[in-house]
Design a protein around this ligand. Sequence first.
Ligand SMILES: *Cc1c(COP(=O)(O)O)cnc(C)c1O
Length: 452
Amino acid sequence: MRYLSTRGQTPALGFSDAVATGLAPDGGLFLPETLPDFSGKLKEFEGLSYPGLCFEFLRVFATDIPADILRGIVAKSYQTFSDPAIAPLRRLTRDVQVLELFHGPTLAFKDFALQLLGNLYEYQCRMRGESINVLGATSGDTGAAAIHGLLGKPGAAIFILYPDGRVSPLQERQMACTGAENVFALAVEGTFDDAQAAMKEVFGDQEFRRRHRLSAVNSINLARVLAQCVYYLHAWLRLSGAERAEAEFVVPTGNFGNVLAGWMLQQMAVPIRGFKIATNQNDILYRLFTTGEYRVRDVAPSLAPSMDIQVASNFERFLYYLVGRDSARVRSVMAEFRQTGRYEFKDWDRGRFSASHCADVEIPGIIRRVHRDHGYIVDPHTACAFRDLTPGRPSVVLATASPAKFPETIQTAIGVSPTHPSLEALKSRAVRKFFVRAEPAAIKAFIAAHAV
Ligand SMILES: *Cc1c(COP(=O)(O)O)cnc(C)c1O
């Protein structure tokens, strides 16, 4: 299988090269040249374990990795999950089930993709006899998940910039208390935007980038989308016959990454009825799917911070199919959007999506209601998805983080503070963080001194 850029100006690459490249050089995102049709395989997929299913799914895409090696990479990626089902489905009522995606090492759904991506990077380093240095900037969850994907891997080091004092104490501990020698949590003075701007400048220095084989952590890697397709498939296969035809997946999403994976799977002939996009108050996707207007606004920090985004970068993948895989159209839409901050879709086929948005003030009340009605605690991101479930319709709500990651919000809502053994264990560990000025020269000097 080969991979094309949504913007059509990058030669097709194999799976491993597309994963290693991340963002295509023409600014586009990689997608498979053709989408496989899984309808004939669904019967044989039933009953497979999570890693078994993940392997069968990914082998269709990762055709340049020998099957036995891919099987090993997948097994290793989900061994770090604490629940034997990996992505357990819990029933709350006849109609409502929760797909728990927070049993990975950092207790949020990003582990599904970043555990796999870390092991793919490790394999590539070994094959090529090269080392890799990964650099990213984070406002919280992604940095922690990326760090846990590369923790202790030979031939790899990871540098994560974050705004000092502006990530939660738990998030900082997940990055700075790993005890691993190849992990560098870099606290910078300033905001997330300062950290990100400095990082972009470091990546802009091509010579430095090549010398240290510097790679980016970002939300648009092809492997992330493909890894996320698997939990939808695993859940769908566990629904009853009637539910399979009727169920809607309700998905907390910010960058459009989470819900895009489900939609891609639907395009591969898995007959999922539809999706509800659940945003927080930063609701560019809600506005797009209800009015057709894609318009940037300022980000207002919320209680569901991992969905605080301005632009939904993975939307470009949906756009590519929307305009009939016409990459010249993708380029012109993205150019207009970049110049004017808006684009209006007229008479468009918005697919089987519905959308909801959730104001910040509503979140504690929703957490309280779900707890009262079902004895179940949801985190603030998942709470957004519980805002308005369609009555009478079977719903599978994706729970993207453990409530234990947001003890203050849960405490406000229901008067108890959930804990988790892995977070408790962090409290007794030494913090290993490095203070760096948010300037490209200082960051480069740090990387040069610690790179592998
Ligand atoms: C990242 C994140 C999301 C949003 O995921 P997208 O890829 O932006 O759709 C939702 N919930 C949690 C807890 C997250 O960490």
